[in-house]
Design a protein around this ligand. Structure first.
Ligand code: SF4
Length: 112
């Protein structure tokens, strides 16, 4: 499911400010050797879990997550499923700081 919650322009700008230019060149998924389709499988499937593990070792996970939160994407981005990003987006609309939402994934995203 894709979130329909709308982020304010301020929050969207804060998210985009977290994304350094050239970040995608460090994307672990590109060098992982996994089929890119793995990022678009259903949560819980073996391929999805493998892709998610790559995300959690990715040096640009937070910029990737910030990018996906600022847009509306399908699939797994920044180690977050669509449902997890919907939850994160809701937190942002309720005033939770961008930096905290991105950092919370370091502990809650892995266990979810
Ligand atoms: S966090 Fe995941 S989807 Fe994003 S660049 Fe890294 S490996 Fe790719």
């Amino acid at each position: 499911m894709t979130s329909t919650r709308q982020l304010s322009d301020k929050v969207r700008t804060e998210l985009l400010d977290q994304i350094p230019s050239g970040w995608a060149s460090q994307a672990a998924c590109a060098a992982s050797g996994l089929d890119p389709d793995a990022w678009f499988t259903e949560p819980g499937e073996h391929a999805w879990s493998a892709a998610r593990a790559v995300c959690w070792s990715c040096p640009v996970r937070q910029p990737c997550l910030a990018s996906a939160l600022a847009r509306t994407e399908s699939g797994l981005w920044g180690g977050y499923s669509e449902a997890q990003r919907a939850t994160a987006r809701s937190a942002l609309t309720e005033g939770v700081p961008v930096s905290l939402v991105l950092q919370l994934g370091e502990t809650t995203g892995r266990a979810a």
